[in-house]
Design a protein around this ligand. Structure first.
Ligand SMILES: [Fe+2]
Length: 379
């Protein structure tokens, strides 16, 4: 085996040396950034910056904060991650807000016990990242249920004159997660609507559980709860970001007996009970894909969300707009944000926070005002 490893290393090394010596565009043609970076909220006062490359390699982020140059690498325990095409780096929010960053990857052709063959390094241009700057009005763009059609969603989004300060992607961006390519689609949509310049809250939809890459994708975010659920805040807004799981029971035939959302949601339910209301927040918003939080695999989250003084729950999944979904089911209102409607339509929502109100403005892909509503928060 040792001889085989050495032979592979020699061959790969020879190819890399030859292409460098003769300036052959081998590595530049095959190693490149194929999904640009997105800055995701991931709890614990941290962002997770995620991007991807065409071949496996390393990843790192550079920025300067208060005169100190930082290079934060994509690590797994004590080692640099080299075998994945998706790269993720966690950085403190305080470091990135109102700052510029670059991200880089180097191709790793092969990595053995005592040697590694390294290829081309690719680096992004500087990305200017925004953050909360004390603005009186905060615009939050909410998109759910894109279901692999970002172009129709784009038409709806183009109606808004206000630039978003924050993007919420509320699940079902893709219809299944059978491979890393589906996750790269999510990254490309997140970048399309955020530019890597504003924070993104991503909640998993029921469809994003389906396929073997679904649970792997959760690990990429490096969230300390070890699930796709966390709390975060943007200025005066406190967000509770929920993973609502699938839309059918675990024993449904379509899951082949190979899922256990019940145990996962039980763990999330226990985590929810450890939280306390953010008393400093002017707005307490819960976000999750499935709207029926009164029954998540037999767990009723309404009492907990009520105890956390939730002002509004923003959900998706229904492929329509509704400002008061099942109004009697919870003390707080539940909004369905639109998303894909009919077969080829889309409704996008902009939530504007200010003056103790949350204004919802919604447009469809044919430039029609699909709806507007004001939620009075009233502290
Ligand atoms: Fe859904």
């Amino acid at each position: 085996m040792y001889a085989l490893n050495m032979a592979i290393n020699v061959i790969v090394s020879a190819i890399m040396v030859l292409q460098a010596a003769f300036a052959l565009p081998v590595t530049s043609a095959v190693f490149f950034i194929d999904s640009e970076a997105v800055v995701f909220e991931s709890g614990d006062e941290m962002y997770t910056i995620i991007w991807s490359t065409s071949l496996p390699g390393t990843g790192w982020v550079n920025y300067t904060y208060e005169g100190t140059e930082y290079e934060v690498r994509d690590l797994q325990n004590s080692a640099v991650r080299t075998t994945d095409t998706v790269h993720s780096v966690r950085v403190p929010k305080a470091h990135l807000d109102h700052n510029a960053y670059t991200y880089s990857s180097q191709q790793i052709g092969t990595r053995r016990a005592y040697v590694a063959v390294k290829g081309r390094t690719v680096t992004s241009g500087p990305v200017e990242f925004k953050g909360y700057a004390g603005q009186e009005e905060i615009n939050v763009l909410v998109l759910s249920d894109i279901h692999e059609d970002p172009y129709v969603a784009q038409k709806a989004v183009d109606n808004f004159t206000a630039e978003p300060d924050l993007l919420i992607l509320n699940g079902d961006l893709v219809s299944y997660m059978t491979s890393v390519l589906k996750f790269k689609q999510i990254l490309s949509y997140a970048h399309r609507f955020s530019g890597g310049q504003i924070p993104v809250i991503y909640t998993r939809g029921n469809h994003e559980n389906r396929g073997t890459y679904g649970p792997e994708a959760v690990d990429i975010f490096k969230i300390s709860t070890r699930g796709q659920y966390f709390t975060c805040s943007y200025g005066p807004i406190s967000f509770l970001c929920l993973d609502t799981g699938e839309d059918k029971d675990d024993d449904d035939w379509t899951y082949s007996g190979l899922v256990d959302s019940t145990t996962y949601i039980a763990g999330e339910t226990e985590w929810l009970k450890t939280l306390s209301p953010d008393e400093d927040a002017a707005y307490r918003i819960a976000v999750g894909h499935m709207p029926n939080v009164d029954n998540r695999y037999g767990f009723n989250w309404v009492p907990t969300l009520t105890a956390l003084k939730t002002d509004l729950f923003v959900a998706g999944h229904k492929h329509r707009l509704n400002f008061a979904y099942r109004r009697q089911a919870s003390p707080f209102p539940v909004m369905i944000d639109g998303g894909k409607t009919n077969d080829d339509g889309f409704i996008a929502t902009m939530l504007t926070f200010g003056g103790g109100k949350v204004k919802a403005l919604c447009y469809d892909n044919e430039n029609n005002l699909a709806g507007e509503h004001v939620y009075e928060i009233g502290r």
